[in-house]
Design a protein around this ligand. Structure first.
Ligand SMILES: [Zn+2]
Ligand SMILES: [Zn+2]
Length: 118
């Protein structure tokens, strides 16, 4: 289990479900490492999404969120999207999406590198 994040923070916001295999182990490690690097609490705007919740929020159908391999991390006060994205990079995230206007960074453990701006 993640050291700094509870099941409640990682389950689907609409129904409280988790993926059948649980939240990806490596994602939990990346999130914990980011938390340690930041040195303060990190808030996840979402982590696992069941397929219907994913469709509702306009996520792409094969989104890593549906597999429990992604989390959207809200920038803590005083930290920019780029700073948080650099921390995600150092902590070994595979997919890193920078969402400048919304102020969060998507991190995932899809198994190969992906970088984008949303
Ligand atoms: Zn749901
Ligand atoms: Zn995301």
């Amino acid at each position: 289990m993640a050291k700094y994040f509870s099941v409640e923070e990682m389950e689907c916001k609409c129904c409280g479900q988790l993926p059948a295999d649980g939240i990806d182990e490596r994602l939990q490690n990346v999130l914990d490492a980011m938390r340690e690097s930041v040195g303060g609490p990190l808030v996840l705007s979402c982590c696992y999404r069941c397929p219907s919740h994913n469709a509702e929020v306009g996520g792409v159908p094969g989104s890593q969120h549906v597999y429990g391999r992604a989390a959207d991390v809200i920038c803590p006060d005083g930290m920019s999207v780029d700073e948080l994205a650099n921390i995600a990079e150092e902590c070994g995230a595979d997919g890193i999406g920078r969402y400048y206007s919304a102020g969060f960074v998507h991190v995932d453990t899809r198994g190969y590198a992906a970088r984008w701006e949303g």
